[in-house]
Design a binder for this molecule. Structure first.
Ligand code: SAM
Length: 247
């Protein structure tokens, strides 16, 4: 059926391609993608030949209008280089415009590094905030971390190897006392997830510069420790001795 199909693709392990994603990519008229070489490789691995169109949200509006026009009469898929489109990847403006124009939009769930890292890190998952990439410049990064420090949730960031140690240094300052986890090369041969303090992890990754793609997580801010029963009991007894005598 005509419309826009958001299709998640693997973040490293090609075995994570879903059956539905393969069916839809095989059935659409056009595949909009970030990079035709990257998506071309995936398609040839899957034995699918389809016309591809480069799309990014910052491209001029005419590229978007062309795709929207096509979606009215044909099925169009959107994929990104890896993982789920729109998650630190292009697509938000396209989906927004399609919905505004009454075009059918559907999304095929699949791999995403944020969810994969969360399920691996052993940090609370009941409430988390995905904060994408931190700004590269030191001041902006510090400001962003200072702002996020108050959020009562696990924080999840995307990062890159060359920046990781600086990110961890900044976290040691702005997210003090929080458990940090670094998840690398998810779904790949050298998958790794390491937890500790930001300062210890910064030391580790300074001496072992990491390759590949990285997710950094920070556990929630420490809740003030709840007093144990004995402490409560002693406090109550003390308070009782201070009550005015009953009449
Ligand atoms: N749309 C993708 C998703 O759903 O995860 C994310 C795209 S974003 C441009 C790329 C970033 O995602 C990388 O810099 C890294 O932080 C994270 N990432 C992607 N694949 C990863 C993997 N296999 N292991 C760890 N992090 C990964």
């Amino acid at each position: 059926a005509p419309g826009l199909y958001i299709v998640a693709t693997p973040i490293g392990n090609l075995g994570d391609m879903t059956r539905r994603a393969i069916d839809v990519l095989g059935a659409v008229s056009v595949i909009a993608c970030e990079d035709t070489r990257v998506t071309g490789k995936l398609l040839s691995h899957l034995g699918i030949r389809k016309p591809m169109r480069r799309y990014d949200d910052h491209a001029d509006a005419s590229a978007r209008d062309g795709l929207l026009e096509l979606m009215r009469s044909e099925p169009v898929a959107l994929v990104s280089d890896a993982g789920t489109p729109l998650i630190s990847d292009p697509g938000y403006r396209l989906v927004r415009a399609a919905r505004a124009e009454g075009i059918a939009v559907t999304s095929l769930p699949g791999p995403s590094a944020v969810i994969t890292a969360l399920t691996l890190a052993g940090l609370p998952t009941d409430r988390f905030m995905f904060a994408g990439f931190l700004p590269a410049k030191e001041k902006a990064r510090a400001d962003t971390l200072a702002e996020l420090a108050a959020v009562p949730a696990t924080l999840v960031f995307y990062d890159t190897g060359p920046r990781l140690a600086d990110t961890l240094d900044a976290m040691a300052v702005h997210l003090p006392g929080r458990e940090i986890a670094v998840a690398r090369e998810l779904t790949k041969l050298f998958e790794e997830c390491r937890s500790g303090s930001a300062a210890d992890l910064a030391d580790h990754y300074r001496s072992h510069p990491p390759k590949g793609e990285i997710v950094v997580l920070a556990g929630p801010p420490q809740a003030p420790e709840a007093p144990d029963e004995d402490t409560v009991e002693t406090a109550l007894r003390e308070a009782l001795t201070r009550l005015p005598p009953s009449q």
